[in-house]
Ligand binder design. Structure first.
Ligand SMILES: [Zn+2]
Length: 171
């Protein structure tokens, strides 16, 4: 279902030695979601499917979205493989976004991007469990792993129907 990329060992080591206790709890949540991803699988009646690729780490995600009458995310599922961060981020994201309106998804996307890139900002409470990904900002090369699923959902909203691909590397 997933594999640990080589770089995960370095991240785990750094978590253990460098960050305070509270972030060890975060680490547990990330490992739990990477081992038992939620909303993992196929979505047969999906309106749009996005294949996301993060060549820097080898992460791949297939995101499938079904919209409700108002354009909100009625259902969302993913499959794929990659490092623990990419899989946990996708799992946490689908839990958070299911049932949300288009506007709420875009707001969450911006807040999550700030969470994993801005060194100083406080994590907004609205992000809930997604805040466990905050530690990623200490590992700039892993931000793409954390953002992969979000880039895919952004593309899914833009595309609306059919199939699309997205990459963390600019073309
Ligand atoms: Zn990765």
């Amino acid at each position: 279902m997933f594999r640990f990329a080589q770089c995960d060992n370095r991240v785990r080591g750094a978590f253990v030695f460098m960050i305070p206790e509270i972030e060890e709890l975060y680490q547990e949540v990330i490992l739990d979601h990477s081992r038992r991803p939620r909303n993992f699988g196929e979505l047969p009646d999906a309106a749009v499917r996005v294949h996301g690729d993060n060549p820097a780490c080898g992460d791949e995600i297939h995101l499938a979205v079904k919209f409700d009458a108002g354009g909100g995310l009625e259902d969302i599922k993913f499959s794929g493989h990659g490092c623990a961060i990419s899989q946990a981020s996708a799992s946490l994201m689908t839990m958070k976004l299911k049932g949300k309106s288009r506007a709420e998804v875009m707001k969450m996307l911006r807040a999550f991007h700030d969470l994993v890139t801005e060194g100083t900002s406080e994590a907004p409470k609205a992000l809930g469990d997604l805040r466990v990904m905050q530690g990623v900002r200490k590992f700039p090369q892993r931000v793409k792993c954390a953002m992969l699923a979000w880039r895919a959902v952004e593309q899914a909203l833009e595309q609306g129907v059919g199939e699309a691909t997205v990459s963390t590397e600019l073309a």
